[in-house]
Structure formats: C-alpha cells, structure tokens
Design a protein. Structure first.
Length: 404
C-alpha cells in the first residue's frame, strides 16, 4: 500500500509525533510506501527535538518525509492581514501534491488540528479515503472550543474510519458515528525491537561534568514538556521531595517548553542545581539509550491535569520495555495498560500529593538501585507479556478494510 500520514513528526516532540514515527518505520519495514506530510521543520525551538535531518533514522526504509517550508521567505509565508502561518492550508496543499505525485491509496491523519482538517481538504478534493486518529489533548483542548467544534464534528463524521480506544469509542458513538466506522486500537504501542534491555546507554559524560555525574550515581529521570500546567505533572512535588534527600543522585530532565526557565528557577530555589541536568528533547530513536541510563523514570501526572481523562503517556511503557523501574502517580496507574501491573513488583505507585510518601519512594530507589533494577526487570517481562504484538497487523487490516 501507499499511505500518506499527515501528522506531527520529529523534530516535533511528544507522543503523537513519536507514534507516527514508529508506525511509519514498522510499515516501511513491511514493504509499504509511507509518505509523511508534516509541518515538523517549522516547530518552535522550545518544542524541537535535537536532530539532524540527514540522520538515516529520520526517514527509515520506505518512509519519505515531506515538510512544509521552515524558511522565513515571503514565498513560504505570504504576507496577509491578520497574519498566520497557514499550517492547515500548507499541509493540505502539500498532501494533495504528494497524493497526486505518488499515487497514494489512503490518508492516515493524526491529531485533529491542523492535520485531520488538512486531510479532510485533501480527501474532499481528490476523493481518496481518510482515516482519523486522535490524542488525549486534542479531544480535551481543541474539540470543546466553540470556535472549532462544529467543523471538527463534521470532519469526524465524514471520515472513512476513526481509530479510537474503548474509552473514546463512546464519545464517537455520541456523535452519531456507527460502530462500523470505529476501529479500536490500544493507546500505548512500543516498538520492542528498539526498546529492549539490550540497548546501549547514552554517553552522558558528553553532556555534563564529573561534579554532577558518575556512572555510580542513581539517575531519576523525567521526559516531557515543561509548559503551562506543568504543575499538574507532579514536577513541583518532585523537586520538593528531592530537596529533602541527602544522598547523591542526579535529576535528569529531558525537557523543554515555554515554562522551562520558570521551572529552572524552582530547581535553584530548592537547592538542586548541582544535582540536576537538563537535556534538550531527543528524537524517538535516541530515547531507548536515554532510558537505559536511568535508575528510575518518574511519571507523576495527577488528577489536576486538564487532559488526563483521555491521555495516556507512552514513555513509562517505553521505560518498562527497556527494563527500567517506573514511579508513577496512582491516577496513571489506573489506566490501561498500567493498571494490569503489580504495584510494588512491576511498578512503584505513589500519591503525588503525599510529599512524605513521595520522598520515601524516591529515597528508597536512590538508596537501593539494585531493588529498582529488579522492579524494572519484572516490569519488562510483565509489559512484554501483555502488549498487543499485532498492533501493526491491525493497522494494516484497518487500511485494507477501508480501501475495500
């Protein structure tokens, strides 16, 4: 098949971009021709992964990346009042060009705005099928907008297939979409060929100094955005807890965002500067080596999160696949696929707002890294056992059924 995926893609950070990458890679390895249409090269610096577009991993076998033009020329961004970057229009135009030039069979559009809207324009003009996928944040932040809802409802209703999960399927049913147009897929997918205990560690010594890091120091890591609502991810509680721990450790943040400087001020206020290292966002294919380096990954998003109702982060599962201990909030633990893991055996679960308990959990990991390693090994076995190994098979079957 020839597939046009209209989506976020590296160097855009985040779960939607990462999943698009791993899905495209797996499809390409199976012989399908995948064309990515994206505005990835235009992403803001604070949400940009550090990568070289000439890196062979950027466009794996049978995957071709077509980005809108990131230049500041008048051609790339024609002058008009009021000014906008016209992402939707540029993506739609690029998609039409790709579909016509490469005889594409179908559109797989991911994230409602601008990607699914652009996909709808291409579908309507060229008459080829469109599949729509959503994330948690677009359903909870974009869809409810009274200035977008009517358009988004019509586009979702006109799609040839919606990829949902059991929790969001009822939402699409409420829009009048028949069950035959809704395909259920797991929210979390990990490429275990890339994420496994045999991966090599990132050479962290290139990024820091001996004062902050040595191979014997336990590393507590967070990977993700530090933007508005960062306090709902348990990060301020994490700093407060760590500020009371006297043992040697390294807090590693692979992070950026429009609140990063504000957060660094909090690190300084809690006297953690000498125990903290910030790295830029890294592309998906480098994340396994970062996780391999860590003693424990924290995922502390809690009930105050504005997107947690539909959102399930993938990074904890990726850490487990590498064989690493994960400390997560009880709210995340209540979600698939994490709810099936044994607390204390496969994963560590904490009430994030209980500062004393959070400090004790982190302190235990720092004092007993061997115990964290045992938990990580158990997590790896438990996660591999329950992960749906037919994820790519299911995607290709959905494509085939839509085409038929």
């Amino acid at each position: 098949m020839k597939i046009c995926i209209i989506s976020k893609y590296p160097p855009i950070e985040g779960g939607v971009s990462s999943r698009a990458y791993w899905t495209a890679k797996a499809l390409g390895e199976r012989g399908h021709e995948v064309h990515i249409v994206t505005n990835a090269l235009e992403v803001e610096d604070e949400y940009r992964e550090e990568l070289d577009a000439n890196d062979p991993d950027f466009a794996p076998k049978n995957v071709y990346v077509h980005s809108t033009d990131p230049s500041t020329t008048i051609e790339a961004n024609p002058s008009h009042i009021p000014f906008s970057k016209m992402y939707c229009e540029k993506l739609a135009s690029k998609a039409i060009e790709v579909i016509e030039d490469y005889d594409i069979d179908l559109i797989d559009s991911r994230y409602l705005v601008p990607y699914c809207v652009a996909g709808y324009l291409a579908k309507s003009l060229l008459g080829i099928p469109q599949i729509i996928s959503h994330a948690g944040s677009d359903l909870q932040r974009l869809y409810p907008s009274p200035f977008l809802k009517k358009l988004l409802v019509k586009i979702m209703q006109s799609s040839d297939r919606i990829i949902a999960n059991p929790k969001t399927a009822t939402f699409f049913n409420s829009l009048g979409m028949p069950a035959s147009k809704i395909s259920l897929m797991p929210q979390v997918y990990v490429d275990t060929m890339a994420f496994n205990p045999e991966v090599s560690s990132l050479d962290l010594e290139r990024h820091t100094d001996a004062q902050k890091y040595s191979p014997q120091i336990p590393i507590i890591a967070y990977i993700g955005k530090i933007a508005h609502h960062y306090e709902t991810k348990g990060l301020t509680e994490l700093l407060k807890a760590c500020s009371k721990i006297k043992e040697e450790f390294l807090l590693l943040f692979v992070a950026n965002g429009n609140k990063i400087e504000e957060f660094k001020d909090l690190v300084k206020e809690d006297n953690l500067t000498q125990k903290t290292l910030f790295l830029p966002f890294m592309p998906p294919w480098k994340v396994p080596s970062i996780l391999k380096l860590c003693t424990c990954l924290v995922a502390l998003e809690n009930s105050s999160s504005p997107v947690l109702n539909y959102h399930v982060p993938t990074v904890p599962a990726e850490a487990m696949a590498v064989g690493k201990c994960v400390l997560m909030s009880r709210e995340l633990y209540g979600k698939e696929p994490y709810v099936k893991l044994a607390n204390g055996k496969d994963v560590l679960v904490v009430d994030v707002l209980n500062e004393k308990l959070l400090k004790e959990k982190i302190e235990h990991v720092i004092r007993h890294p061997d115990a964290a390693e045992v938990i990580g090994s158990a997590a790896q076995h438990a996660f591999i056992k329950q992960q749906d190994k037919r994820y790519i098979d299911k995607i290709t079957r959905i494509y085939s059924s839509v085409l038929q």
